[in-house]
Every structure is written in C-alpha cells, then in structure tokens.
Design a binder for this molecule. Structure first.
Ligand code: PMP
Length: 360
C-alpha cells in the first residue's frame, strides 16, 4: 500500500494494491478455470456463484434485512436519477427531493423530466456549504418517495443522520457507500455506482425494499425495471461481469479488514488528519460548516486562488494526483475512499505544509 503514489481522484478511484494484484492474476486464469475472468459466461454456474457471494457479502456488510432485494444494474447513478421515478411512482404522483448540492441538483433535474418534483429544502442560499437540517425539510405526505444524497461528492458535504420518514426514503449513496454502517431499514431504496468505494465503473448497486417493486410501466425498458431485474436475479440481460467481479473482490477486502465499522473509523481518521491541518493553516481553508463536512471528499480552497494551479501542478510532481476540485467549484478536492491508506493523507499533509512554507 505504501507505493508513494496516491490517487485522490473522485472516481474512478484508487484500488487497493492487493486487489489489483489479484485482478492481474485472474485476468489470466479465474479460479483455476483456465479461462480469464473476462471470458466467463454470465450464465455459468461459477459466475452465478460469484453473484450469489456478492449479494451475500453485501447483505452481511450492510446488515441488509431479508425484505430487501439487491440489484446489479448498468447506466450508473445518473441513469437511476431517471429510473427512480419511472420505477417507484404511480402516474401523476410526485416526489420530494432535498437540494443538498451538485449531485442532488442532477437528480432533481432528471427527476423533473418524469414526475412533479417538490424541493423540501435547499442549501443554494448558502452556496451549498451547509446541509439543510431535517427539522426544516418541508415534506409532502403524498409524495411517492423522498430523495436525498448522503454525500455530496463535489461540495464536500455529508449527511450524518437519516430520519425515519412516513414516505420511502431514497438515497444516492454513490460516494460514501460502504464507508460506514447505515440503517438500511430506514430506506426504501439505496443506490450507488461502484467506481469510488467498490471498484470499477459500469455497475450500480440498487438495494430496494421488496414492497416497492411494481410491474414496469409503459416506457420503462425491461432491463431498467427493478421488478424485472429482481425477478431475474440481475441476469435479465448480460450484467457487467468484470465490474461485478471487481466489486466482489472489494467486498472481500472490506470484510477482511473488519467491515463497515472499520471503514468508518478509517474514514474519520483520514479526514480528521486533513481537516485538522487545514483548520490550523493560514493558506488553506474549508468553507463548509464543520458538522456537515464530508469524511470522504475533502474540498478546500487556497487563500490566494492564483496559487491553485501551481499547487495542483506541484502535487502531481510529488505523485499526489487528481486533486483538482470539481469543475463547477474549483479549488482542491482530496477524495479519500476506502482504498486510500492514511499514509497517503499524511503524504498530502506533508506536501501541503511544505507548499505553505514556500508560498504562504
Ligand atoms: N451521485 C453522486 C453523489 C456522484 O458522486 C456521482 C459521480 N461522481 C454520481 C451520482 C454519478 O454517477 P455515475 O457517473 O456513475 O452516473
């Protein structure tokens, strides 16, 4: 893990070196089959077994109750933005959305193409530097669901608590999935793309409470119907086999390290190290409200914005890569997903201190 080269990309993100080593091996020969993992038919008993293990590991790690189905879908979280209203709402029914930042806005914009959207609260008036507290959410009791974003990847904000609501709570967990335990029973749907904390791009895990499954309405392709994919165990059509395999390796990696609680401890440790340094410095600052700061995507600014490009260039030269903030916000963003060792954050902090000495 101590390669000295650390990838802080928001996603696809860094993978553990031992997972990469296993992939390298199994690209040649998967489980002694004599075939590459890339050559396995998804209908083979060995691949079905891999999918069953993936389902079982996810259930164990997140303590998913038996009345939830785990679906392996394609199209990323962005496709889910449109698929949620199509799968969950009755004709004419609307949905509640929390406007917490960049990704919530994307979900809202796409949701609006399919259904009436009620924004229950917005952080826009604070430039998305704080999350509207649940006490101020203006919920519609007739909404088909209430959509939230657990971690705003581009804004560096993270919800710390999930209220129990009378309508199904739907959460985009793409950027903090499996970085902490969550009360699954409070949610109707949890969805997350895998390219940040769970491996490679091309797969979106959708965890759905079984009473929400309904026959696909006209206009919803069967491959994107939760009910159809649940019925077919996510093998209605060819699933993204390689990405599923990488997710299975990541789940095992998380399990071997102690599970979601261990991931949460590591996430707190990594982010605390970085926030503590930033808060004590004169050159760097985080605009986010402290209680709402993300333990996963640490977004910060330099006091002299003109130094940002120099900072990013020099960081790359020191093998600290992809630290550029989201295009919509600028600044610096260090994405600290499950695979990031604390030594990577320490190397970043050391670089920042050195840079501050030279430019502060
Ligand atoms: N939601 C969140 C919170 C994200 O961070 C991202 C990706 N950065 C997405 C949705 C979109 O995911 P995808 O690119 O897989 O569609």
């Amino acid at each position: 893990e101590q390669s000295g080269h650390y990838n802080f990309a928001a996603g696809p993100a860094m993978l553990p070196t031992d997972v990469l080593a296993q992939i390298r091996e199994e690209i040649q020969d998967w489980r002694g089959s004599g075939l590459s993992i890339l050559e396995q038919p998804f209908t083979s008993s060995a691949f079905k077994q891999l999918m069953a293990e993936t389902d079982a590991d996810l259930r164990a790690l997140l303590e998913i109750p038996s009345n939830y189905r785990v679906l392996f879908m394609q199209g990323g979280a962005s496709a889910q933005f449109g698929l949620l209203p199509l799968n969950l709402l009755r004709p004419g029914q609307g949905a509640d959305y929390l406007e917490s930042g960049h990704w919530a806005r994307k979900a809202i914009a796409e949701g609006r193409r399919h259904a009436p959207v009620n924004v229950i609260a917005s952080g826009a008036d604070q430039d998305f530097t704080a999350l509207p507290s649940p006490a101020h959410w203006r919920l519609d009791p007739l909404a088909g669901y209430c959509h939230i974003t657990s971690n705003e990847t581009a804004n560096g904000l993270q919800l710390q608590e999930f209220p129990a609501l009378p309508v199904p709570l739907v959460v985009d967990m793409t950027s903090d999935f499996l970085t902490r335990p969550v009360p699954v029973e409070r949610f109707g749907v949890i969805y997350a793309s895998t390219q940040k904390n769970l491996g490679a791009a091309g797969l979106c895990v959708v965890i759905v409470r079984d009473d929400l499954l309904q026959a696909p309405p006209a206009g919803l392709p069967a491959a994107f119907s939760y009910a159809v994919q649940a019925e077919q165990q996510s093998r209605f059509n060819t699933p993204p086999t390689f990405t599923l395999y990488v997710a299975a390796l990541m789940l095992r990696w998380i399990k071997q390290r102690g599970g979601a609680e261990t991931m949460a401890t590591a996430a707190r440790q990594r982010s605390a190290l970085l926030y503590r340094y930033i808060d004590g410095s004169d050159l760097y600052h985080c605009p986010q409200k402290i209680q709402d700061r993300s333990s996963i995507n640490v977004c910060f600014q330099l006091a002299d914005a003109g130094l940002t490009e120099i900072f990013l260039d020099q960081a790359e030269l020191c093998d600290l890569t992809h630290l550029r903030g989201h295009a919509a916000f600028g600044g610096v963003r260090a994405s600290l997903y499950n695979a990031m060792p604390v030594s990577g954050v320490q190397q970043l902090v050391d670089f920042m201190a050195d840079f501050e000495q030279r430019h502060g």
